[in-house]
Design a binder for this molecule. Structure first.
Ligand SMILES: [Zn+2]
Length: 146
């Protein structure tokens, strides 16, 4: 499991230093959507020589290689997650919890919109913000706390 990101980095042809390996490992161990500072804290438990600047730089490298994605949860910081299956985020504005969900209807609708504009949908990114009402189960894939 710890090799997941590392293997993807190697497959992507990235030059791996021990620092990059530590950051990849910290990302693998993150089941939430950490921002750079939180990732810095986690990475430092593996390798205390890594600076916050290196974290930012490496996240940029991983992002350009398509291995991590930025998630905007509305707090003004960039949060990150390792690239996984297409899913959307619904952010609970009252407690900051991120509910991950998938919706075929949404993908179909977006493809229709793109089609009308003369485009073929290749990917999309969506963050939805909301406030819970009533006790309906959210039925999301998983709730992640950032
Ligand atoms: Zn996510």
């Amino acid at each position: 499991m710890d090799e997941m990101m590392l293997q993807k980095c190697i497959d992507a042809g990235l030059r791996m230093t021990s620092q990059r390996e530590a950051i990849a490992q910290a990302l693998d161990q993150s089941y939430d959507h950490p921002d750079a500072e939180l990732l810095y804290e986690r990475t430092n438990k593996i390798d205390s020589t890594i600076s916050l600047a290196t974290i930012y730089r490496t996240l940029g490298v991983f992002e350009r290689a398509g291995l991590v994605q930025k998630v905007d949860v509305g707090d003004g910081k960039s949060h990150y997650e390792t690239a996984r299956d297409q899913h959307e985020h619904l952010v609970d504005t009252e407690n900051g919890q991120i509910h991950e969900f998938k919706s075929e209807e949404l993908t179909a609708l977006l493809s229709q919109i793109a089609d009308k504009m003369g485009f073929e949908l290749t990917s999309h990114k969506l963050e939805v913000y909301g406030k819970k009402h009533g006790d309906v189960s959210c039925r999301c894939i998983q709730i992640k706390v950032y």
